[in-house]
Design a protein around this ligand. Structure first.
Ligand SMILES: C[C@H]1O[C@@H](n2cnc3c(N)ncnc32)[C@H](O)[C@@H]1O
Ligand SMILES: [Zn+2]
Length: 450
């Protein structure tokens, strides 16, 4: 199978390579990018001198019509099944939101709920340009099945909460071990796994240490929430005389020499915490919309980037965002850093696009996030024949400040077309929305009845 995309404005995100290719073409063979270049210089790239893209043959030819062709976006922190709880409880602080609303509702979740919630999430991601995501939730077999069916890429962790209860901890770890055993590398490599200890204030230190050892044994990463709120910071200081980062550093948790660590939020980081994350090579998933909605605070992202921390972008779950829109997330990330530091030069547009593509891609699959020959064929076309795309002086500025998620018209993941010219080819949209809505209403009914 081969696909040729021509007449595209290619944003490769390849720092050492092509950069932007205004009149570009890209050839996909099976699941890989095999050629990429400028139509104007095609003789140099294809090896023949016929001078136009038509000289490259492909099973399918997509004329991009001047649209932006770029790496698919990576959403590095989600709880996909929570699409069912979109708008279930708003305008609250994290702790009371979790304890009085979200956890009681989640106690009623069924496998079917998470299956349809995950499919709905995949649909929303396809429509808004996200080709890959990192998840932490429950009934993860169901999310894996949804990812398999939808054709996107997912890095799945089971969300473990043990509150220092050894017996519960054993059960939780066994669930995550099973997820790794059953799904690591499945769906042609589109599904990978991680361990998901929920947070330093919901899992005890010795449990998190154990989880890290299991992850190292299995060769998969760890996805954890850390320093999301000031309340967490205060709780850790009161109970352990240390912040969450140092509390876990005491058991060498942040050491990434064997497996990667993905730290969601990292809002209440001290300068010392930032240095430690930079030294250890921890990746931070910044989730600005959720942080603003729950009034958790402003993560010092520009400081982290300056210190050399790897930073990616995520939406968090649909109950604290309340969508999976990475375009909205990119714009919010840029605006929040600027107003948070009172410096309009903080987090410029291109740095944000890097977070959402190169950096996020690297966490999920090292062969994604950049459009170059040899990488996996995960990409999107962003329509530029729109009022909000006229004119475009700078493509990164356009993508961050004026593009809309609904401008994404085509998506290819692992060499397969999932959406073409706004038509989703991999699922029955109406049916999935109907099923997910039924599950959501029934879940809310069950939660209320208790
Ligand atoms: C995996 C677990 O994480 C919870 N969860 C969802 N959103 C957040 C957040 N912003 N911070 C901490 N936990 C969260 C889910 O509701 C689930 O219980
Ligand atoms: Zn979260």
């Amino acid at each position: 199978m081969s696909i040729l995309i021509k007449n595209a404005y290619i944003v490769t995100m390849d720092k050492d390579g092509a950069g932007e290719i205004p009149n570009g073409f890209l050839l996909i063979e099976n699941n890989l990018i095999s050629k990429i270049g400028s139509i104007d210089s095609i003789g140099d790239i294809s090896g023949d001198n016929s001078g136009d893209a038509d000289s490259i043959s492909a099973d399918t030819v997509i004329d991009a019509g001047g649209a932006v062709l770029m790496p698919g976006l990576s959403n590095t922190h989600t709880h996909l099944g929570m699409t069912l709880l979109r708008g279930y409880a708003d305008d609250m602080a994290l702790q009371s939101w979790l304890e009085t609303k979200i956890w009681p509702a989640e106690a009623n979740l069924t496998a079917e709920d998470v299956y349809y919630g995950s499919l709905l999430g995949c649909l929303e991601m396809i429509r808004s340009g996200t080709t890959a995501f990192c998840d932490m939730y429950f009934f993860m077999d169901e999310t894996a099945k949804a990812v398999d069916a939808a054709g996107i890429r997912g890095c799945l962790a089971y969300g473990m909460i043990e509150f220092g209860d050894l017996e519960k901890g054993n059960k939780e770890i066994a669930m995550n071990e099973k997820l790794v055993r059953d799904w690591q590398g499945k769906a042609g490599g589109r599904i990978t796994t991680m361990y998901g200890p929920h947070a330093p204030n919901t899992c005890c230190q010795s449990f998190i240490k154990r989880v890290k050892e299991a992850a190292e044994r299995d060769g998969v990463g760890v996805h954890i929430h850390v320093l999301e709120t000031e309340a967490e910071l205060n709780y850790m200081k009161e109970n352990f005389d240390m912040c969450s980062v140092h509390h876990l550093d005491a058991v060498d948790f942040w050491n990434t020499s064997k497996v990667p660590i993905l730290a969601a939020h990292s809002v209440w980081m001290s300068d010392g915490d930032i240095r430690l994350f930079a030294e250890k090579g921890v990746t931070v998933s910044h989730n600005p919309v959720s942080n603003m909605k729950l009034a958790s605070g402003i993560a010092p992202i520009q400081k982290m980037l300056d210190a050399g921390v790897k930073v990616t972008l995520g939406t968090d779950g649909c109950a604290s965002n309340n969508n999976l829109n990475m375009f909205e997330e990119m714009k919010t990330a840029a605006l929040l850093q600027k107003v948070g530091t009172m410096d309009p030069t903080a987090l410029p547009a291109k740095a944000v696009v890097e977070m959402a593509t190169v950096n996020g891609g690297r966490v999920i699959d090292s062969m994604t996030g950049v459009l170059k020959a040899g990488n996996k064929a995960d990409m999107i076309l962003v329509d530029t024949s729109k009022a909000n795309a006229t004119p475009i002086f700078d493509v990164y500025s356009h993508l961050v400040y004026s593009a809309a998620a609904s401008d994404v018209k085509t998506m290819i993941v692992d060499g397969k077309i999932l959406m073409q010219d706004y038509n989703v080819l991999v699922m029955d949209e109406k049916e999935i929305m109907k099923k997910a809505n039924e599950c959501a209403l029934s879940l809310a009914e069950r939660a209320k009845a208790k």
